[in-house]
Design a binder for this molecule. Structure first.
Ligand code: NAP
Length: 355
């Protein structure tokens, strides 16, 4: 009983100290950057994975700026519940729930067919949804793709290509791709993109998501996001559709919920994580920046962090405590970007013509 009481006092006190430090210091931290534009009236926005985390907060922010927001989730019930939650936060904008499971080709196609029934133009597409499953498990989507590759990359590849005519119909439309800085610690294996021959490394239960050797499948899918953006930018040149890639930073969401960590990690790391990780609301700010800011309106094919262009010489405090740039980050090249496009088409058995 005494031990429990002591623990509660300790937890309460440390939470209070962390709250005070965050409150006092965070306005000087790199994530204090915010979007100036307050209005998104007249814009139609699709956000993938808006049932929780960064996507849900982004949906609230867009609605609050009077946008028409199509919130998507794996089930229609989850999407409707998201609308209810959003309406508790803001009465502005139009919020439309729709089912979209990126792990299922049929679902992506059905979503597209529903969209074209009601809309001629889409102004902003946010490819946000993402999964992270333990490294030692090869999990597959309904269509047999390795889950990270299938959901984080292929589902978005298909969705984006299907929606391109609607994005082209809008004036100065934007595609925002939520990747992760961890892509720099990965390498695509073109001989086995779908992990049919290669065995993933055994899970290190003592690792956290930012550890270099961990979660290779997730990191590879985030590299695929960046390469997809690179090729897409090239193909969309001169069309008025702009492409933005971003890393939201270290954000306290449920993304790692399936990773089991030893109990002591929660005690050792929790205070540090609570101190230096962004809230989902802070984490979605770069999405809003890429989607709405006038500052980057004429840019395309670049990577962003903290509402700013991300260049390799920038050090972000406190983000980079948890996400240090590796000594030898992966090199992005045109040949890999183009090959990934071709391989993705082969996987889907569909061809998306050069624009
Ligand atoms: N959190 C971070 O620190 C961090 C850092 C770098 C990058 N990111 C990226 O940020 C994005 C958002 O992540 P988050 O942190 O907000 O994670 P999250 O809280 O787990 O949210 C992920 C969203 O994606 C959805 N999703 C998962 N599988 C899906 C599928 N098959 N079809 C459609 N939607 C699906 C989830 O829906 P359910 O509710 O149905 O699962 C959820 O709405 C991801 O792309 C992630 O890689 C996050």
């Amino acid at each position: 009983m005494g031990l429990l009481f002591g623990f509660l006092i300790f937890t309460g006190f440390s939470s209070f100290v962390i709250y005070v430090i965050r409150h006092l210091l965070s306005k000087h931290w790199s994530w204090a950057n915010r979007l100036e534009e307050e209005d998104a009236r007249g814009r139609t926005v699709i956000i993938t994975g808006s049932s929780r985390g960064i996507g849900k907060e982004a949906a609230i922010e867009f609605a609050d700026r009077h946008a028409r927001v199509i919130v998507t989730a794996r089930t229609l019930e989850a999407a409707k519940q998201t609308v209810v939650d959003i309406r508790r936060k803001t009465f502005f904008g139009e919020v439309i729930p729709m089912k979209l499971d990126l792990g299922c080709i049929q679902s992506v196609k059905e979503f597209y067919h529903e969209i074209i029934k009601s809309y001629d133009t889409i102004d902003i597409l946010i490819n946000n949804a993402g999964v992270l499953v333990p490294s030692n498990e090869i999990e597959r989507t309904a269509d047999g793709f390795e889950t990270h590759f299938g959901v984080n990359h292929l589902g978005h590849f298909l969705l984006t290509n299907l929606l391109l005519p609607l994005l082209k119909n809008a004036e100065n439309s934007r595609i925002v791709i939520v990747s992760s800085g961890t892509y720099q610690k990965s390498k695509l294996n073109f001989d086995d993109l779908n992990w049919e021959k290669t065995k993933p490394p055994p899970a290190n239960t003592n690792a956290l998501p930012h550890d270099e050797s961990e979660f290779p499948l997730y990191k590879i899918s985030k590299l695929a996001n960046v390469l997809f953006a690179k090729e897409l930018t090239k193909r969309l040149e001169g069309t008025g559709v702009h492409v933005y890639t971003l890393c939201p930073g270290n954000v306290l969401t449920g993304i790692s919920r399936r990773i089991k960590l030893p109990l002591h990690y929660y005690f050792v790391y929790a205070p540090l994580l609570l101190l230096v990780m962004k809230t989902a609301r802070q984490g979605c700010q770069t999405i809003l920046y890429c989607a709405l800011s006038k500052k980057c309106a004429y840019e395309s094919g670049l990577m962003y962090r903290n509402c700013d262009l991300w260049t390799s010489d920038k050090y972000y405090f406190p983000d980079d405590i948890l996400m240090p740039i590796p000594d030898k980050p992966v090199k992005l090249n045109d040949a890999d970007a183009s090959r990934l496009w071709d391989e993705s088409e082969k996987c889907l058995q569909m061809k998306f013509p050069v624009v």
